[in-house]
Design a protein around this ligand. Structure first.
Ligand code: SAM
Length: 225
């Protein structure tokens, strides 16, 4: 029998956001690779799925890829999940997927939840052309990246932590201009979902002097709009 890797997106908050096919695949595979096995066991328990779980995260993926390829070559069918959303999108996945492709092992990504798509679409900012930047570098290379992005005409999409939100919006205002329109999507699909829209200046005011909590996507309109 031929082995196969399935890349399976999981909810980014609302547990109803999982496809019927994702649930079937998770039930059928021999093994599930999870970023955080405790987190994924809770998720699987919710759907009544019991499967062997192995840990696969950014700190061990370089070491485990070779073993996993051997298992897949021996015929195992494996699902890769991350803590939330689609593996490989600001999450581990790429190394294993590339290794499968190089070894001739089929790798198939199921369509499903990922945070940047609802954030982009909710923003009301043009979504026909966009650049997904994920997390900006914290220190080295950050200013250079911001300088490069200042002239980017396509809509920009960033992941950010709540602790750095105001600092990042302030830097965006500095590099892109404080009148640039943006949208901050917080806690998408969860009870306290918020989509705050306005100029960077307005958004800085909105989020300053309060404790910002939850998970965040920032969408910024492109240059010259
Ligand atoms: N693989 C995930 C995906 O497909 O979107 C992203 C994983 S990345 C480690 C986590 C980041 O995704 C968070 O810091 C936040 O920027 C974004 N994110 C995840 N869930 C979110 C949510 N419910 N609302 C807003 N942003 C979210």
């Amino acid at each position: 029998m031929e082995g196969k890797l399935y890349i399976v997106p999981t909810p980014i908050g609302n547990l109803e956001d999982i496809t019927l096919r994702a649930l079937r695949i998770l039930k059928e595979v021999d093994l599930i690779l999870a970023e955080d096995t405790r987190n994924t066991s809770n998720l699987l328990r919710h759907y009544g799925i019991e499967k062997p779980l192995h840990s696969h995260h950014q700190f061990n993926e370089h070491r485990t890829v070779e073993n996993l390829i051997e298992r897949l070559q021996a015929g195992s069918v494996v699902a890769l999940v991350s803590d939330a959303g689609t593996p490989g999108i600001s999450d581990p996945g790429y190394l294993l997927i590339r290794a499968c492709i190089r070894a001739g092992i089929p790798a198939e990504c199921l369509p499903g939840p990922t945070a940047f798509v609802p954030a982009l679409v909710n923003s009301g900012i043009p979504s026909d052309h966009f650049v997904f930047e994920g997390f900006l570098p914290h220190k080295k290379g950050r200013q250079t990246r911001l300088k490069e992005l200042a002239t980017e005409e396509r809509t920009l999409v960033f992941y950010e932590s709540p602790f750095r939100l105001v600092k990042t919006l302030t830097q965006f205002a500095e590099f892109f201009g404080s009148g640039r329109y943006a949208c901050v999507s917080r806690e998408l699909t969860k009870i306290y979902e918020e989509n705050a829209r306005g100029t960077l200046e307005e958004l800085i005011l909105h989020f300053s002097n309060k404790t910002v909590k939850g998970e965040i996507v920032i969408v910024v309109e492109g240059a010259g709009k």
